[in-house]
Design a protein. Structure first.
Length: 202
């Protein structure tokens, strides 16, 4: 089971309500990971048992003088095996989403605690080509301890590239009204915790 972090704020400040919220949700998702892992292990064991039962049943039918009705036992075992395969895949998918959610909350808590400079996403590959923007170097847009590293919460290559283009001047020609719409959408998302988590783990 994953270890639960304690809420931590910069400079020893008491944890904020947002931090406590993230810790609570992370705790719940970590519990989901443990529960789903145990369930997946149990289903995996049952799959092996069902498969072996089917093999043994077929062996008895082939090598023993049993009535045709006895074929129901190995057939039932095979049906159970394939059903368990489907269920196992669904449980595994749910577990992977829970693991992704734990990682999502870990990143959020690290940013709130001021520990984001160790995040692997630094956007260093975007430094080439962004040098034409006059403020890229002065504002530490990319690289370790950069703005990109602080705010990057993307989960796809396309999303990462879009964020990099915005930070390196891609929004310079955007109409002010469109910028205000984007800012309003960001404010709306600050309270849409379920939606943000779903987007992060999808």
């Amino acid at each position: 089971m994953t270890r639960e972090p304690s809420p931590k704020s910069p400079a020893g400040e008491p944890p904020s309500g947002e931090q406590q919220h993230y810790v609570a949700r992370r705790t719940a998702r970590a519990a989901d990971v443990a529960s789903l892992t145990a369930r997946a292990n149990l289903i995996s064991t049952l799959r092996v048992v069902a498969f072996l039962a089917a093999i043994v049943g077929v062996g008895f039918m082939v090598w023993s003088p049993l009535p045709p009705a006895a074929w129901a036992a190995p057939i039932a075992a095979m049906v159970a095996f394939f059903a368990l395969v489907v269920v196992h895949a669904r449980v595994h998918e749910r577990r992977e989403r829970a693991v992704a959610a734990v990682a999502y909350f870990d990143r959020a808590l690290a940013r709130l605690a001021g520990d984001w400079k160790d995040a692997p996403s630094r956007g260093e590959r975007f430094m080439v080509g962004a040098e034409q923007h006059p403020f890229v170097d002065d504002l530490d847009i990319f690289g370790k301890g950069s703005l990109f590293q602080l705010i990057d919460a993307t989960s796809t290559k396309r999303g990462e590239e879009l964020l990099a283009s915005w930070l390196s001047g891609g929004l310079d020609a955007e109409a002010p009204a469109r910028t205000r719409e984007r800012q309003a959408a960001v404010r709306e998302l600050t309270t849409a915790h379920d939606l943000r988590e779903q987007l992060a783990v999808s």
